[in-house]
Design a protein around this ligand. Structure first.
Ligand SMILES: *[C@@H]1O[C@H](CO)[C@@H](O)[C@H](O)[C@H]1NC(C)=O
Ligand SMILES: *[C@@H]1O[C@H](CO)[C@@H](O)[C@H](O)[C@H]1NC(C)=O
Ligand SMILES: *[C@@H]1O[C@H](CO)[C@@H](O)[C@H](O)[C@H]1NC(C)=O
Ligand SMILES: *[C@@H]1O[C@H](CO)[C@@H](O)[C@H](O)[C@H]1NC(C)=O
Ligand SMILES: *[C@@H]1O[C@H](CO)[C@@H](O)[C@H](O)[C@H]1NC(C)=O
Ligand SMILES: *[C@@H]1O[C@H](CO)[C@@H](O)[C@H](O)[C@H]1NC(C)=O
Length: 655
């Protein structure tokens, strides 16, 4: 039996190869390649797609060695590895994961035989990662044994998206050469031109009723929250940090009083998605109060796919995030350290995380051009947006990058998330520290929505709803803490329970990375969550998040000429980025490399002890109290908040 199967499979292989050579149709059983049993919240299928519609069909080819990426990353990132800090050059990364000739030939042969595509219609991307062809819906439906439907967002005729219904298939012998096919099941759509007002849900914020989602990745992006404008208190004794966080509060909380010595060698970047934009006069208003020497200083703009600092639309929803991120990151790293601004997307197409990743790593890029403007961005943009070429490998990644935007895991498919997550691992291999805010709704997803057991997201659903990329094991996820009411910065913080709750929990997609196994198992063993095992991924083998935390309550931020009180893990991520950038500076100054992917390091006992362990508070959501902060790692505040002066000493001791 076994022998027969072996013979049959080697026969099948030879047979397939000879078919490719002779150009006869490959004849193999088809298998479901990806499936989903729900569409993201708000979207409904309204009709079958027109069979003649042209799709920008792209096949993400299998990347050799991708199964080893965690091992490669640990090899350069684990403090006990002999190769610690020996980061890879981008060329080595591109070569290691470049799809094989066999994959390219197999997929091309399938397109030719099963799809009847003339070879001239099929192109390979410059980075070698994608095969691309413009196909009609009819051709794609036949190739993938699927149906394409037009979906509409909440009845809005201008927000439609074409996607496959439920699943698509590939021949078994082709499937192993393919990671993903787009456009198929995915809803990583970039709504055009028309501002979208997300209705206010039960978030306890009062100032920002309507969040605005044009151009930001996803349609449930996480935004900072506000309780309104305030009169800042000036108190050198820092007695008001429980009511108003200003940079000096953070310096004391995290023992971060540092003047860079190697700023010309160091780099830090803040990522923003247009139309979110900083306001220059607001930066100066903030600097005037908290860092007068920086008046007039601006971030260094790195435009990605037409990204620019728009000034037409103003208000908390357009300026809150960028002003917050830049005012705190720039003030904390100080006058001498330039802060890069990765501004992604024009004001017509917007951008998604893929645009950012394309710009940072040319080997990840889609084919340069040829996109269908109806359903995806094309550059130059025919709708009046960005007129230049797509940004592909145009930005040298900074050593530390902070992003305060996120999806819910349930918004996308696992294969899609795995491909993006692997890309963060590649940035880690290059020596980049990638920070993402963990979300502001505790164990619930963006806007407080939770999951039904069938994976559908809805208000009032029971199950916890983790964020993405928060659950990607190759980024550092940052949760939020608070100075307790009537406490000072000299007393321990709690998990944030004012206005927002720290995003945290366990992934439904990503397995537990080895670096956090001991810490997470300690938590699950000693503080078993008091919930039915179906409420969250209680397997004990899934990725827990966040990794760390930093203050996320009561930030004083200058926005459109006034000071506002702002809340969110959106605060925590750029502040943590500034602190890690200081550690990079200290290492670069003595001729060492950047700290790169920090997770394998920070979960070691010595480094965990250099974080302030947060042991009070919880992250409520989905009609529960969520998880509780406990001694050691917890799915609310991770390993805790950083103590810079301890961490910098430990990191200086590493090679
Ligand atoms: C998923 O479950 C919810 C709650 O039971 C139900 O309302 C919804 O229709 C289901 N969705 C699908 C696609 O089965
Ligand atoms: C493939 O490349 C050729 C030559 O560069 C070009 O003419 C053609 O439009 C491309 N096809 C697609 C689908 O991008
Ligand atoms: C800003 O608004 C003005 C007036 O409405 C318009 O002419 C201009 O094109 C807009 N600029 C951008 C970049 O959107
Ligand atoms: C903080 O102190 C004020 C007055 O000193 C008091 O009214 C308030 O209840 C206290 N808040 C907490 C949470 O203890
Ligand atoms: C829990 O996470 C694991 C990944 O470790 C995954 O394989 C499994 O399907 C998840 N379970 C549920 C119910 O999502
Ligand atoms: C941080 O570590 C330093 C050096 O060990 C210590 O003096 C300081 O009290 C710590 N700060 C906090 C907030 O725990």
């Amino acid at each position: 039996m076994l022998l027969a199967a072996r013979l049959a499979s080697s026969f099948a292989l030879i047979f397939t190869l000879s078919l490719i050579a002779s150009g006869a149709p490959a004849n193999s059983r088809t298998v479901v390649h990806e499936s989903r049993n729900h569409v993201p919240r708000g979207w409904n299928a309204i009709r079958r797609a027109d069979p003649g519609l042209i799709l920008p069909f792209r096949i993400g080819l299998a990347q050799p060695n991708i199964e080893n990426i965690e091992a490669y990353l640990l090899d350069v990132s684990h403090p006990s590895s002999p190769n610690y800090g020996k980061h890879w050059a981008p060329g080595r990364i591109a070569e290691t994961f470049r799809p094989s000739r066999e994959s390219i030939d197999t997929v091309r042969a399938w397109l030719a035989e099963a799809g009847g595509l003339d070879a001239a219609r099929v192109n390979l991307s410059a980075g070698g990662g994608w095969l691309q062809a413009d196909l009609t819906v009819e051709e794609a439906e036949r190739l993938l044994e699927t149906e394409y439907h037009v979906y509409q967002f909440e009845g809005d005729e201008e927000r439609t998206h074409v996607a496959c219904h439920e699943k698509y298939h590939l021949p078994e012998d082709v499937a192993k050469h393919v990671e993903i096919v787009t456009p198929t099941l995915h809803f990583d759509v970039k709504p055009k031109s028309k501002p979208v007002q997300l209705e206010k849900r039960d978030a306890p914020s009062s100032g920002s009723a309507a969040a605005h989602a044009v151009g930001q990745p996803g349609f449930g992006a996480s935004f900072p929250k506000t309780s309104g404008t305030i009169q800042p208190v000036v108190d050198p004794a820092l007695a008001y940090c429980d009511e108003q966080i200003v940079p000096d509060c953070l310096r004391v909380l995290y023992s971060f009083d540092y003047t860079p010595v190697a700023p010309e060698r160091n780099s830090i970047a803040i990522v923003e998605y247009t139309p979110e934009a900083y306001v220059a006069t607001d930066l100066d208003m903030f600097f005037a109060n908290y860092s007068p020497a920086q008046i007039g200083e601006r971030p260094v703009l790195n435009s990605i796919d037409g990204g620019f600092v728009q000034t037409n639309q103003t208000g908390f929803d357009y300026n809150g995030e960028s002003n917050l991120d830049l005012q705190y990151a720039m003030t904390l790293v100080g006058r001498t350290q330039p802060v890069q601004l990765y501004q992604a997307g024009d004001d017509v197409e917007g951008a998604s995380f893929n645009n950012l990743l394309d710009a940072l790593d040319g080997s990840y890029c889609y084919f340069e051009g040829g996109d269908n403007p109806e359903y995806d961005s094309i550059y130059p943009d025919p709708y009046g947006g960005y007129e230049g070429p797509e940004s592909c490998g145009t930005v040298t990644p900074a050593y530390v990058m902070s992003t305060s935007y996120s999806y819910n895991e349930a918004d996308l498919t696992p294969a899609y998330e795995e491909r993006q997550c692997a890309e963060y691992a590649k940035l880690g291999l290059m020596g980049v520290t990638v920070l993402y805010s963990s979300g502001d709704y505790g164990v619930a997803g963006n806007d407080g929505v939770c999951l039904y057991p069938n994976g559908t997201q809805a208000d009032g659903a029971p199950d916890f709803n983790p964020s993405f990329p928060g659950t990607c094991p190759y980024i550092t996820s940052v949760g939020a803490t608070q100075v307790n009411p009537n406490s000072t910065v000299y007393e321990p913080e709690s998990a944030c329970e004012q206005v927002i709750y720290s995003g945290g929990g366990f992934s439904n997609v990503f397995p537990m990375p080895s670096y956090q196994k001991t810490a997470v198992e300690y938590y699950l063993t000693n503080y078993p969550p008091p919930y039915a095992p179906t409420l969250y991924n209680s397997s004990g083998t899934s990725r827990g998040f966040p990794d760390i935390a930093a203050n996320g309550a009561n930030y004083v931020v200058a926005i459109d000429g006034e000071f506002w009180l702002v809340y969110g893990t959106s605060c925590s991520s750029p502040v943590s980025a500034a602190i890690f950038s200081g550690i990079n500076d200290a290492r670069l100054a003595v001729g060492k490399g950047p700290i790169g992917f920090i997770n394998p390091t920070i979960y070691t006992p010595a480094f965990m002890a250099a974080f302030n362990d947060i042991t009070t508070g919880s992250n409520q959501g989905c009609d529960t109290e969520g998880f509780y902060a406990q001694p050691g790692w917890d799915p609310v505040t991770g390993v805790g908040t950083p103590n810079f002066s301890k961490l910098v000493e430990l990191w200086l001791d590493l090679p």
